[in-house]
Design a protein around this ligand. Structure first.
Ligand code: SAM
Length: 358
């Protein structure tokens, strides 16, 4: 998709899938966080908020967040809930304000909810915008959904320092790699250091995986214990990358539950950018070959319990913990893996690669 210039544009299937995932994750995030942080309140930052709707749908990331924040299970807790929405295009920020006012009039908003639209660049405004609603006393979920390589590393770093906070960074594939041809400040700004320049020495096919891996490491360096990353591909082969940074294993689980719930996301293909074979699959018809390969690689290194394999799948791959046992069972049935110790539960069972006699 070319970068739109008008106030509104049509929502493409990628963005629809991205909205489905965001909605599902926020379905969990708002009630869990509002219940955990009743004393200090919670903040949703949409740093690249857009105009609030599309020519073909009134769904958008700010509208999804408003709806989730206004659900009874959240408002009944009475937790201070702040929505900070930043948009640099004047026409879009004005549209966002009037769209939210019309769709969620002040008269129906719960007393504990504050939603503010700011016009300007995210990196210039976010610190003060969050401070102005008292958001730095509690956790922040930052949705950083730019076109390409336009999310400044300073924002990610700042959010990572904030207790129990998370980022969801989106890059559109074609824009993400293009920046390597731009002036050097862009790379420094996005990655936070100059390691990205190594991309210049690489063959074309290695440039993208190199940058994606570097970005994952940059989020880890910023302070996130867990970085979940995946690529969505549409029918035209255009890709969109999402990086989810968090310090909570439960959050990784919830995010993956959203990713693997199929309705509304069909037609999109998913890929783990770290899979060396770059297998892409429809979530409706998953391909577990990359997971089986990962299990075999781990067992080549040493014996592993089922729980260790499940943890690895959760934290280091696109797959869920629940996908592991059926794959291990299949590998045992194929004679590639054997159980070497049993345990009180299946999670304690220990597995190894089958000894090859010839
Ligand atoms: C991909 S769209 C966002 C869509 C929106 N998050 C949604 O899901 O409905 C990116 C938006 O970010 C805005 N934008 C681009 N650079 C920005 C910046 N540096 N600061 C704030 N907004 C920016 C663009 O004008 C555009 O409206």
């Amino acid at each position: 998709m070319a970068v739109p210039t008008g106030v509104l544009w049509e929502r493409d299937p990628h963005t629809a899938a991205k909205h489905t995932l965001l909605r599902r994750y926020l379905d969990a995030w708002f009630p869990i966080m509002a219940s955990t942080f009743r004393d200090v309140g919670i903040t949703f930052l949409d740093g690249f908020a857009g105009p609030g709707k599309y020519t073909n749908t009134s769904e958008s990331s700010p509208a999804i967040a408003m709806e989730r924040a206004m659900r009874g299970e959240v408002t009944s807790l009475g937790t201070r809930t702040r929505l900070v929405l930043i948009e640099e295009h004047r026409g879009r920020s004005e549209h966002l304000q009037s769209h939210l006012d019309a769709r969620f009039p002040q008269s129906v908003r719960p007393p504990g909810l504050v939603a503010r639209v700011h016009h300007g660049e995210c990196v210039d405004l976010y610190e003060q915008a969050i401070a102005s609603v008292g958001g730095w006393v509690g956790p922040v979920f930052a949705n950083l959904d730019g076109w390409g390589a336009d999310v400044d590393y300073r924002i990610v770093e700042r959010i990572a320092q904030q207790r129990s906070s998370e980022v969801l960074v989106t890059f559109q594939g074609q824009h993400f790699v293009r920046f390597v041809n731009l002036e050097h400040q862009t790379g420094e700004r996005v990655f936070g250091n100059s390691d990205w320049r190594g991309v210049g020495d690489l063959p074309t096919e290695e440039k993208r995986p190199f940058l994606l891996d570097l970005y994952r490491l940059a989020l880890r360096a910023a302070g996130f214990d867990h970085v979940l990353t995946f690529e969505m591909l549409d029918e035209g082969g255009r890709s969109l990358y999402q990086f989810f940074g968090t310090n909570s294993e439960t959050a990784v689980e919830k995010f993956k539950d959203g990713l693997w719930e199929v309705d509304g996301v069909s037609g999109q293909r998913f890929r783990d950018p770290r899979d060396p074979n770059q297998l892409a699959f429809d979530i409706l018809e998953p391909d577990f070959a990359p997971l089986e390969n990962t299990i075999l690689e781990l067992l080549d290194e040493r014996e592993q319990s089922m729980e260790e394999l499940r943890q690895h799948a959760l934290l280091e791959t696109i797959y869920k913990q629940a996908h592991v046992k059926p794959r291990v069972d299949a590998l045992v049935a194929e004679g590639k893996v054997e159980q070497v110790r049993t345990g009180r539960s299946y999670r304690e069972r220990v597995f190894a690669r089958t000894q090859q006699l010839f």
